[in-house]
Design a protein around this ligand. Sequence first.
Ligand code: NOJ
Length: 761
Amino acid sequence: MRKKLLLFMMMGCALFSFKSEPKSTGKLDVEIETKITKLLTEMTIDEKMGQLNQFTSRWEMTGPAPQGNNEQQMLEMIKSGLVGSILNVTGAEATRKAQTLAVENSRLKIPMIFGYDVIHGYQTMFPIPLAEAASWEPELARQSSRVAAVESAAAGLHWTFAPMVDIARDARWGRIMEGSGEDPYLGSLFAAARVKGFQGDDLSANNTIAACVKHFAAYGFIESGRDYNTVDISESTLRNVVLPPFKAAADAGAVTFMNAFNEIGGTPATANAHLLRDILKGEWGFNGFVVSDWNSVGELLVHGVAADRKDAARLAITAGSDMDMEGNCYVPNLKTLVEEGIVDIKLVDDAVRRVLRVKFQLGLFDDPYKYCDENKEKTLILSRENLQVAREAARKSIVLLKNEKQLLPLKKEGQKIALIGELAADKDVPLGSWRAKAITGSAVSLLEGMQNAVSSPANLVYAKGPAFVVGESKFTVHLKFNTTDKSGIEEAVKVAKTADVVVLALGENCFQTGEGRSQTDIRMKGLQQELLEAVYAVNKNVVVVLMNGRPMDISWMAGNVPSIVEAWHLGSEAGNGIADVLFGDYNPAGKLPVSFPQTVGQVPIYYNHKSTGRPSDGEGNVFWSHYTDAPNSALFPFGYGLSYTTFTYSDLKISSSEMSKGGKLNVSVTVKNTGKVKGQEVVQLYIRDLVGSITRPVKELKAFDKIWLNPGESKVVSFELTENDLAFWGASNQFQAEPGDFQLWVGPNSVEGLKTTFKLK
Ligand code: NOJ
């Protein structure tokens, strides 16, 4: 009780002036809070402001080159305690050097926190997050994030700017590769798993790092899929679709959040008190800190809501953005704002408390160099065990989209295989976009993976085909695709003619996706379509291995080619993982976490859309919601994916046709492996709330289970639904399940499945 009272007194002074009072989740450590309170009394306003200031190291840029301080100035500022954090400094030696500047020179010796974009691995690269979500195995994401944390921590880092949990429905957006796709439920499970992987059970351990949940919020809803563009969504979409993964990440214990670049309905996220104060720090009781995105405080001027940098600092700190990343706004303006009485010092104190809290939680005050261990860095990074996890992740992320003539699995002997395409031999593209410290060209290529797998090397012939990308793929350089030099097609056709089966690697370069890489055309670039058609003309036994970071328009391919393997950008072990699938050493079980459109004109396309007042009648009649030149349906829907075996669903049962308020509903279905090999199936449960106080999606994923089945084996898969699973943010502005009729499906994807109904009383 005394402890609680003390805590209340300490927190109270910092919090009571806010518009909406945070409901602390109460997990605060009294000892840490006492130390912070003491430190705060010793800090000058300059030092407080400094804790809220983050600079990039001058050696690596992950945004526009900074206008502000030069390197020398930055070093001087660190020594004066004016820099609380640096991003983009990596390596045990470099981080130790930087930390020394702060700890041995600044008056209060407060350690800096080092952040970095460890999105899908530090140096051992895992599948891009969108791919990993196709595993429908959150535990896999926890493991890969764990490995990424161990490697990052060994390289002196304390903090990753991940997970990116933005729900994305627009394949044009380059950053769709960074998230878990279009579904809030699947996205929430992956968000929580990644947080747990990075942070482990004990944030103070020297092999765990702080997670940063981003981008808060609604970045995935930018108009026309163009990066950094405007967002204008309703509170209902915000609450029901956008926020669930953020909430799940906060509940999983994430200690930091990052602002989004975009505005929402006129208020940029960085200045959005509704998001930061009302929801995150208020309703959710978030005790960690919020970092702006790269200069997103400064961009408040360009958005047109701040008159100058001082005004931008005022807006951002008032709204609840605690740390200014590379914006040069908080320093020096917060001091002036406080001195002039424009910003209450309590706001600054609260932000500083939050930043210090995370530094204490990480154990940086006990040993500011605890993460800087050159020996660990050498032995832990890129270890054989880490690569093993990467291979497992690679094969589990693969989705078999088509296998009509049972061309797959391939035979390791007795079959002549032609492997074609520049991407097949590429050792860099599989590393993906946002690749942290991946060593350029270090991935196992598809060619190498297949060479490792075949029994007789002579049975595998490789032809490069025409050049794909011509021009550099550096950060600021946009890719140039070859559209004229057709040399290479002839050789590819020759090789294809004599083969039993052709494996054709097609898709995207990794730098076609990621930040700043939006596209209006999501078909294959360069001469890839021409190559595909030329090869298909001489050999119909074509298996396409698609390497990409976004859903693509592959309509022609899907209509013609018998086998398609969705192999994304799968990381360090890509080639081995794909070969495991191609040769049947691993039976693919991935399911799409995002819909694949038939044409870019359907975008945004997503399975959990609303009914509209005039849903298409399926016949294409005029006055219904449809296109005159394309169907409404996806080419490959959310949740879709095949196996080398087949499954049937039967006996869908529910425990009752009525569910009482506060009650439960048990749902069961029998799934049988009707094929010849052992396989895994992701059994998916969807519902539809037929009448609501606001309109409800036509389907919503509410549960799934991934099960193994031997040939001929049947299993009863059970789910338990509670009232909570039916709740949504409705007209009453709260989460609530509304009584009425529901439809329920259990099946292999978002389109097929057995159906029943029930009522919530
Ligand atoms: C901008 C990106 O939006 C964000 O995701 C990233 O963490 C920062 N730059 C830092 O590199």
